[in-house]
Design a protein around this ligand. Sequence first.
Ligand code: GLA
Length: 377
Amino acid sequence: MNEAFRRVFGTYPDGVWAAPGRVNLIGEHTDYNDGFALPFAIPQTTLLAARRREDGRLRLHSAQVGGPVVDLAVADLVPGAFTTWAAYPAGVVWALGEAGHRIGGADLHFDSTVPTGAGLSSSAALECAVALAYDDLYGLDLGAPALALLAQRAENVFAGVPCGVMDQMASACCTTGAALYLDCRGTVHEQVPFAPEAQGLRLLAIDTRVKHDLGDGAYAALRAGCEQASAVLGVTALRDLSPGDLPRAARALPSHLLPLVRHVVTENARVAEAVSHLRADRIAALGPILTAGHASLRDDYRVSCAETDLAVDTAVGAGALGARITGGGFGGTVIALVDEDRAEAVGAAVTAGFRAAGYRAPQLFPISPAAGARRIE
Ligand code: GLA
């Protein structure tokens, strides 16, 4: 990274930071309903070489995007001004300034192994890398949850994506060998040890390469539907409902809102169940919970698609203990929990199933809980 930075900016960086993408084990579309989620960081990471500048310029370069350096004035940053990838890093700098922190410019060079549009939080990785680098470069000492909230604000207001806080919390706060039990009414979180390999299990990621785009309106419409349902039911957020409230919800809600509520309520219960299994070291017991979560996203929340359904059905049919789409949906990545001696067969079955259906070949890779955002040099 040091040499790459020098080639772009003609000098060496002050340091190098890393922030990972994430997989969510269970707890989907619950974060913006003040609910619960259970993500973990993946080895795929965004690296950021950065150098502080004293002239108020923010200069951005990405190894993946290439092209000329994007050169901006920190003082001129305004929400909505960018529609390119630069909105994410620039948004974090804007959010830090808006929150009253005394920050200035920087040269930032990114190099990332987090696939984009795959539901693995490439944008949160970018944002958290910038937040952490600025935290160090400007001596802010904000702490990971505060950085995650600023990164979320950048995405919500500056980039215009109305996401919850899960992805940024995962990238900022996760630790190796653990899943992050997250209460999204605030940023309360707990590291729950999660080491599938120790129990002869593997988690397989299946990137269907169907690109999703959270900015396209569908995500915002779902979020608005949840808020509307909360208002009708007289609760602050859907998190305040339990499965026992569903009959009342069925009577009170228009038919298009009830499935959204049913998903969120049952999904929060699935997170609680998953966490109790993890605490008792019963990782295999997660399998049916994952598959039930997928059915709920497919039938009630309706954010699955033919490719992700095929990946789940084929993986389970080939012996996976459970499988589900992960992330916002509308394509992206499926995760499957498999016995290590079935891993190859499950992967081969999914690849063959995609070929038979005439879909693009999926990208398969093993994942295990990796480190959250950190300084590496
Ligand atoms: C995206 C959003 C998150 C969360 C998930 C769905 O990843 O960025 O905030 O809402 O979708 O669980």
